[in-house]
Every structure is written in C-alpha cells, then in structure tokens.
Design a protein around this ligand. Structure first.
Ligand SMILES: [Zn+2]
Length: 317
C-alpha cells in the first residue's frame, strides 16, 4: 500500500517523501531507514526508497516502503482513515472535506524560515512510540497525514515529482496548483521554451523547460545555463539563459544536490541537462544585436536540473 507520509524518527515529526528528500540533501536527516508507519500505536519500520539517490531519473521518485508488521489497530493496515488530533483538541474532519473537494496545492515562492528548523534531539527508542501518539505538531502535517500529499510545495523539483506521480495515478485532471493566488491546472503548468511566442505567454509565472547546455562562466564564479531551443516573437529568435552564481549555490540549503548534479553534467561529453525554471522571461538586447529572453533566478528552488527528461516522451525536446 502506498504511504504518503511517515513518521521520521530523526526529526520527530511526520514528513511526506518530498520533504524527506529535501531534508536528506540538506543534511538534516541522514538515514533512509529511520521512519515508522504513521498508524496508531504502530511501529512498522518504513524506508524512504531513493532518498539517498541523486536521482538520475525522476520517474523513480522518493517514496515510502513499509517493512515489518503493523499493529492490530493500525489504520494503514486496516485501510481506514488515520485518526488524528490537532494540538488544541480540534478534529480534522471539517478541513478534510474542503480539501477533498478542491485538490489544490499551493506553490510558495519562499520557504518559511522555519522550514529547515525542525531538527530536534533524536529521541531514544523507548520514547519513540509515546512521542508518536502525541498530537500532531502542525495542521499542515496533520493534513498530509489525513489525505496524503496535500500541502504547500516549495520547489520546482517537487512540482515535477508530483506531476509524475499524479499522471501515474491518473488524478492529473483534478489537480491544480495555486501560484500567487491563481489556480493553474497541473496539466498546463509546463511550457516548452522552443514552442513559445513571447507575445503570447501567460502573464503569471509558469514552469518553462527544455534541454540546455551547462557552461562554467568565464569569470569562474558560477554557471550559465543556455537552453538549446529559443523563444520566438514572430520570426525573431530570443536566446534564453539562466545565470547561477556560485554564491547562490553556496547559500542554498540543498546545495549538495545542486552542485553534485552540475558537476556530474559538466563531466559528461555533451554537458547538457534537462532544465525546468519557474518564472517569467525578461527580454533584453545585447550590443551584438542578439536578443535574449532570460530568467532571473533568486532562489535555487525555482530551477530543477536533470540528467535526462523526467517527463513522458512528448516533453523530451
Ligand atoms: Zn502501521
């Protein structure tokens, strides 16, 4: 049975696989086996598969696998909704209904400062079960616990991962993402750079994608990502690049993931990557006369760099 969230022994809270992946690559959690089933009184061991993989192929997304036996009352084993109490005594029922009807996730441009602050002292094994049956810490995690992966998304990488998951479970047509107050269907959030006319782009940011060259900047202070295909405006072509300064990588919590990927790509013969970027391109004209439509990335959550196209074939261009 698929498990959307699990209890992390290392941070003493409930996590969905996307967040577990972020936590692993930012060094907050270290062991993919230190998870438990979220069911009541259940201590069935859970492993987060692919947690430690620098995913070459995002079709194999991080996910939970259960080992060992569930408790008699475990809701997961009995295929029942999880019984959850909020801190403060409220129940989850009312909120559950509204979420079930809408299935909208929120794509937030900034992680809250507290996102990476959840590291607490590791509880010893006797403490684990008693901690686990205490009320859930936050409404967000409780919602995740009740319903699976409904919640705020903080990175393009997670949007791509969820898109793949929803396509697989055939729920894509019901799924929407709320970006800056606007609901956008998952099915229309990705746009291929090579197929876009600049005068017809949506005004709100979406996720653009395509194959790109990864070059080191002449200054040796960062990378240039240069898309192979170009935006157009009628017959004119606009070269599209993204600059990623070393400082930006250095200040990113999941820098190990980004720097590992960039360096691996640079060592391949082609030096190309399949890149997603969230934003609105900005037009510029260089002195040479070349026209550009560049993306400015202030936060590495806004790009996702892959060795290969993680989406179905029709996107691979
Ligand atoms: Zn269980």
């Amino acid at each position: 049975m698929a498990l959307d969230i699990a209890y992390s022994i290392e941070i003493d809270d409930y996590l969905d696989p996307d967040r577990a992946y972020d936590y692993y690559w930012s060094g907050i959690i270290k062991d993919k086996k230190k998870f438990l089933c979220p069911g009541t009184d259940c201590d069935a061991q859970v492993t987060c598969a692919n947690l430690d993989e620098d995913l070459q192929d995002m079709k194999v997304v991080p996910h939970y696998r259960i080992y060992g036996n569930h408790s008699e009352n475990c809701e997961i084993a009995n295929n029942k909704p999880l019984h959850v109490e909020y801190e403060g005594g409220a129940t989850a029922t009312e909120e559950k209904r509204t979420i079930d009807e809408s299935v909208v996730e929120i794509f937030s441009l900034e992680r809250p400062d507290s996102y990476y602050d959840e590291l607490r002292s590791t509880p010893n094994s006797e403490e684990i079960i008693s901690k686990k049956i205490s009320p859930a810490k936050s409404k967000t995690n409780t919602r995740l616990r009740e319903l699976g992966s409904v919640g705020t998304i903080y990175s393009v990488r997670s949007v791509v991962g969820r898109y793949i998951r929803y396509r697989k479970d055939d729920s894509l047509k019901h799924r929407r993402l709320n970006i800056q107050g606007k609901d956008i269907y998952y099915g229309s959030i990705f746009k291929c750079i090579g197929e876009q006319d600049l005068s017809k782009l949506p005004e709100h940011p979406v996720i653009y994608y395509g194959w790109a060259y990864i070059n080191r900047l002449p200054s040796d202070k960062g990378y240039q990502i240069k898309f192979k295909k170009k935006f157009r405006k009628s017959d004119e072509e606009y070269i599209t690049t993204i600059m990623v300064a070393d400082d930006l990588i250095e200040n990113y919590k999941i820098k190990k993931l980004v720097s590992t990927r960039l360096e691996k790509i640079r060592k391949t013969q082609k030096q190309t990557a399949f890149v997603f970027v969230y934003g609105v391109p900005q037009e510029k004209q260089a002195k040479s006369g070349n026209k550009y439509a560049n993306f400015q990335v202030l936060n590495l959550d806004m790009i996702d760099i892959n060795y290969d196209c993680p989406l179905p074939k029709e996107y691979d261009k």
